[in-house]
Design a protein around this ligand. Structure first.
Ligand SMILES: CC(C)(COP(=O)(O)OP(=O)(O)OC[C@H]1O[C@@H](n2cnc3c(N)ncnc32)[C@H](O)[C@@H]1OP(=O)(O)O)[C@@H](O)C(=O)NCCC(=O)NCCS
Length: 308
C-alpha cells in the first residue's frame, strides 16, 4: 500500500480526533486495559487545538491512495529540541509501516534542524516502544504515572510542606526564570509553551510557581479538560518542592482524578505521593534520539502538549 505524507488542514481536525480517540482506545482495550478517552472524539480535538496554536502546520498525516487518513503524528519544534506528540495509526492499518514513515519524517526534520528528538512513550505499549527504539531512540528516564481522586474537602498540608516555600499563580514575568530553571535541570528550553500556558486563553491551564526567599525554585502547569486532566509540565530542584507543588495543584482539583508522571528514582517524592493516597496507573519512558541531559532535579513531563 502507498501512503503520501501531508500536513493536516483545519477541516481534517474532526477526522484526526476520531483517529486518535478510536485508535488509542482500541489499542488499550484490545490489550486488556481501560480506554483512554471516555467522552467520544469531540473533546479529543484538544490535540489539534493546542498543537496548532503552539505550532501551526506541525501535524503530519499519512494519506492512503483512496484519500483516507491512515495515520497522524504531531510534533513540536522548540529552541533546544523537537518533541514528538501523539502518534496514531488506523486500527486496520497497524503493522504496515505507517508509524515508521511518520516517525521518519519527524526524525529527518529534527536532524535538518540539528536538534535531538524527544518523546515520552508507554512502557506498557510494546508497539510504540519498539517503533521508537528500532528507530534509534534511547529510553533514559522511567516515570510512574500516578493518579489520586482529590477529596471534596481538599488535601491537608503538613508543616514541613508549608516550609517548602510560597506557592502562587505564575505571571508572564516569571517566564525567564522558568526557562532558566528548566534549562539547568533538564537541559531544554521552551519559553513559548510557558507563555501559552500562562496566557491561558482557553481557560484549561493553571501554572503555579514555588518561591523560596524570593527565588523561583519550581513550577508546575496543569490541564483540566475532558480529553486530558494532567499535572505537568514542571521542574523543581528537590522532592520536597515537587511534593509542595503537586499538592497545591491537586487541592485546586477537588473531586477530579488527575494523572501526573513521577520519576521512579525520586524515592522521597514517590513515598510522599503514596502517603497522599496516589496509585500507579501506567509507566512511561523519556526517550531521545541525540543528546539527552539526565535531570539535575525533578522533571515532570506530560502528554498535553508532549514535553518529553
Ligand atoms: C503504536 C502504533 C502507532 C504503531 O503503528 P504501526 O503503523 O502499526 O507501526 P509500524 O507498522 O510502523 O511498526 C513499527 C515497528 O515496530 C516493530 N515492532 C512491533 N512490535 C515489536 C516487538 N515486539 N519487538 C520488536 N519490534 C517490534 C515493527 O516490526 C516495526 O518495525 P519495522 O518496520 O522496522 O519492522 C499503533 O499501534 C497505534 O496507533 N496504536 C494506538 C495508539 C498508540 O498507542 N500510540 C502511541 C502512543 S503516542
Amino acid at each position: 500500500m502507498k501512503f503520501e505524507l501531508r500536513a493536516m488542514q483545519p477541516e481534517q481536525w474532526d477526522d484526526v480526533a476520531k483517529l486518535i480517540c478510536d485508535g488509542t482506545n482500541y489499542w488499550y482495550e484490545s490489550h486488556g486495559m481501560n480506554p483512554i478517552f471516555t467522552g467520544g472524539h469531540q473533546p479529543v480535538k484538544l490535540f489539534c487545538e493546542v498543537y496548532e496554536s503552539l505550532d501551526p502546520g506541525c501535524c503530519v498525516l499519512a494519506i492512503s491512495e483512496s484519500g483516507d487518513i491512515a495515520g497522524s503524528c504531531f510534533y513540536h519544534p522548540r529552541p533546544s529540541h523537537v518533541s514528538l506528540g501523539i502518534m496514531n495509526v488506523q486500527r486496520d492499518h497497524f503493522g504496515l509501516g505507517i508509524a515508521r514513515k511518520l516517525l521518519g519524517f519527524v526524525i529527518d526534520l529534527a536532524q535538518r534542524q540539528g536538534k535531538p528528538l524527544r518523546l515520552v512513550s508507554s512502557a506498557l505499549n510494546l508497539d510504540s516502544f519498539s517503533l521508537y527504539t528500532r528507530a534509534g531512540m534511547v529510553p533514559h528516564v522511567a516515570y510512574q504515572d500516578m493518579t489520586l481522586t482529590v477529596p471534596e474537602e481538599g488535601l491537608q498540608l503538613t508543616e514541613s510542606m508549608e516550609s517548602a516555600g510560597e506557592v502562587r499563580p505564575a505571571v508572564l514575568s516569571d517566564v525567564p526564570a522558568m526557562v532558566e530553571l528548566e534549562n539547568r535541570i533538564s537541559g531544554i528550553s521552551r519559553g513559548k509553551d510557558f507563555e501559552y500556558f500562562i496566557n491561558n486563553e482557553s481557560g484549561y491551564w493553571r501554572t503555579l510557581v514555588l518561591e523560596q526567599a524570593g527565588e523561583l525554585v519550581g513550577f508546575l502547569t496543569s490541564i483540566e479538560h475532558a480529553a486530558s486532566n494532567m499535572l505537568g509540565p514542571g521542574v523543581m530542584n528537590t522532592d520536597q518542592q515537587a511534593t509542595r507543588l503537586i499538592l497545591a495543584h491537586l487541592d485546586l482539583q477537588r473531586g477530579n482524578s488527575p494523572v501526573f508522571l513521577i520519576p521512579v528514582n525520586r524515592s522521597m517524592l514517590v513515598q510522599n505521593m503514596y502517603n497522599a493516597g496516589a496509585r500507579n496507573c501506567e509507566i512511561h519512558f523519556a526517550q531521545a534520539l541525540g543528546d539527552f541531559q539526565m535531570p539535575n532535579g525533578v522533571s515532570m513531563p506530560t502528554f498535553m502538549p508532549e514535553t518529553g
